[in-house]
Structure formats: C-alpha cells, structure tokens
Design a protein around this ligand. Structure first.
Ligand code: ADP
Ligand code: MG
Ligand code: MG
Length: 200
C-alpha cells in the first residue's frame, strides 16, 4: 500500500473525527458498566494526536504509528490508554513503510496479541479484543475494507449480551450483560473510520 503523506493525514483525521463525534456515546456506554471516563479519555488522546497530525503524517508509517501510540499512552489514562497505546506501538514495530496486505494482516495479528498480553485478556471477555480479534480474522480471510468495517461494527454489537470478565465492568458480574462494551465500540469506530478512507 502506498502510504503517502496525504493518505496518512486523512487516516489520522478520520480516526480523530469519529472519536470527536462519538465521544459522548462512549461516555454513556462507560457510565452504564464502568466509571464513565472512556469518552473523555478517547477524546483527550485523539485530540492530542490531531494536534501533532501535520508532523505525524510526514514520518514513515512505523514512526507515525509508534508516535501515535506514545501520545495515547501519555494522554488517555485509564485501562484503555495503555492498551490502545500498545496496539499502535506494536503495529509501528511490526510494519515497514509500505506494507503489503500480508504484512498488514501479520502486523494486526501481532498488535492484537500485544494488547491481549498487556491486558492479560482474551476474546470472549467483553473487551476491545472482541472487536480486534474478529477484525484480525476478517483481514486474514481477505475481506475488503467495507467488509472489515461491517465486521467491526457487528462485533461491537455482539458484546451486548456478553458477560464482562475483564476491566471495571467485570465487577458488575451479571449486571454487565445487556450493555455494549465501551472499548469494543471505540475500536469499531476507529476501524470503521480507517476503512472508510481506505475504501475511497
Ligand atoms: P477504565 O476502565 O480504567 O476507566 P476506560 O474506560 O478508558 O478505562 O476503558 C475501558 C475499556 O477498556 C473497556 O470497555 C474494555 O474494552 C477495555 N479493557 C479494560 N480492561 C481490559 C483488558 N484487561 N483487556 C482488554 N481490554 C480491556
Ligand atoms: Mg472508564
Ligand atoms: Mg477510569
């Protein structure tokens, strides 16, 4: 994939844009089964990324991704800050400047594994992994951008009936059932926004 400055900038802008237009929804989701800070944390983190977008987009893809991860770790806080940070930093470590589709799939798989290791978690526990894992599988299966976006969206919806076994929501036990996981939703939003740009 040709990762020129313009495409990188548009990808960053799209990711930040979807967080900025949905952060209140993320707040409401986290108010239901967490402590209500996921929307504000995501907005703070992604607004910090946007503040550096010009500089970020000028670097080679691995440096851009690593810097995004570092910014998220420093600015987001909560459980999700280090996890999102890990995802982007590992992706930055795994990809070269012009990854082909196979490299992208492999990089996504490694980033997913790094998040799982960091969170001591696995898919099926009502977390962001329940979006990242099916997206990784769809990528490996050769899905196009539109399909990947739909998989991500449906996977977030599919966390509604799940019982939370990790993160704050796990303290609620059965009361976590019936609500979408905030981190799964934010992951689906970002993946959807990135896919929409790649589909253009
Ligand atoms: P906090 O719970 O510390 O307030 P956030 O509200 O920012 O953090 O993020 C909560 C989200 O983080 C959850 O909805 C879930 O998707 C994700 N999460 C929390 N703990 C884990 C974990 N151990 N592994 C994977 N994801 C997790
Ligand atoms: Mg929270
Ligand atoms: Mg918190």
């Amino acid at each position: 994939m040709q990762m020129d400055r313009d495409l990188l900038y548009r990808l960053i802008e799209a990711a930040v844009g979807t967080v900025d237009s949905h952060w209140q929804e993320l707040t409401a989701l986290d108010q239901a089964i967490g402590d209500g800070d996921h929307g504000a944390g995501m907005k703070r983190g992604f607004d910090a990324v946007m503040a550096d977008a010009d500089k970020l987009a000028e670097q080679p893809l691995p440096a851009t991704l690593t810097a995004i991860g570092r910014t998220l770790v420093m600015s987001m806080g909560g459980a999700s800050g280090p996890l999102y940070g890990t995802f982007f930093m590992e992706l930055g470590k795994s990809l070269d400047a012009a990854p082909d589709r196979a490299a992208l799939n492999a990089g996504f798989t490694r980033a997913l594994a790094a998040v799982a290791a960091r969170g001591k978690s696995e898919p099926g526990q009502k977390t962001m992994l329940d979006v990242l894992a099916p997206v990784s599988a769809a990528l490996d299966a050769g899905a196009d951008a539109g399909t990947v976006a739909r998989v991500a969206h449906d996977a977030a919806e599919a966390t509604v009936p799940m019982l939370a076994l990790r993160g704050r929501a796990a303290f609620l036990g059965e009361r976590s059932v019936g609500h979408m996981d905030p981190g799964a939703r934010s992951s689906s939003l970002i993946i959807g926004a990135v896919c929409a740009v790649l589909e253009e």
